[in-house]
Design a protein around this ligand. Structure first.
Ligand code: ZN
Length: 209
């Protein structure tokens, strides 16, 4: 079941029902790259960015960045995406996990039906193709913590010597500097175009079906 706020329901149409907010966890971002600006850019690649869960900006809190994003649930869920980052060669695959995900199809990735009710699944069976179920229960992320008891304190720098600290701060400054430059470029790209140049959207979901 998909819940909408009453204000959304007042102007209800098929389109407004299809747009639904989710808390999404983004995994495999490089160390110290998490920031609100990056969350905003990634959120707007997935759908429409609403807010970042501030605790998740802290490296010691967890291995993911969590953001609230409005997504179009009439389309297949994104499992992840290749994203180019300036501080590494090539592109980085990042995984998306969705909090409080309703029933969805492991074959086509669309919310609202399960795979053994899926037209695509039966189409493949009819054609003698073994359906490979590219989605699974692993798409479900952890829900947003409800209380401070669920939160963990940062512990990353606790057992680091002074010289290591110095090196870490230097490394951090370099990463943050290159990160900021990159975010600036991305913002310019996003302003000039709905699908920014230099940003590739190679989702395996859209290519497979
Ligand atoms: Zn389906």
């Amino acid at each position: 079941m998909i819940l909408c706020l009453p204000s959304v329901l007042q102007n209800a149409s098929m389109e407004t029902y299809a747009i639904t907010p989710f808390w999404i966890q983004v995994f495999w971002l490089s160390f110290l790259s998490k920031s609100e600006a990056l969350a905003k850019i990634l959120g707007n690649m997935i759908g429409t960015f609403l807010e970042v869960h501030e605790d998740s900006l802290n490296e010691g809190w967890g291995p993911f960045l969590r953001m609230r994003v409005e997504i179009d649930v009439s389309k297949p869920l994104l499992r992840g995406q290749f994203v180019p980052f300036p501080w590494m060669a090539g592109e980085l695959w990042i995984d998306y996990r969705y909090g409080r995900l309703p029933d969805f199809c492991y074959e086509c990735g669309i919310i609202g039906h399960v795979f053994d009710k899926c037209p695509l699944f039966f189409e493949k069976l009819d054609e003698g193709i073994e359906p490979n179920l590219p989605y699974g229960p692993w798409m479900e992320g952890s829900p947003l913590p409800r209380s401070s008891y669920d939160r963990q304190l940062p512990a990353v720098l606790a057992n680091v010597t002074n010289s290591e600290k110095g090196k870490q701060i230097l490394d951090t400054t370099e990463i943050i500097e290159s990160n900021n430059k990159y975010l600036h470029l991305l913002r310019l790209n996003c302003l000039s175009s709905q699908s920014p140049k230099g940003f590739s959207f190679k989702d395996q979901a859209s290519s497979s079906g």
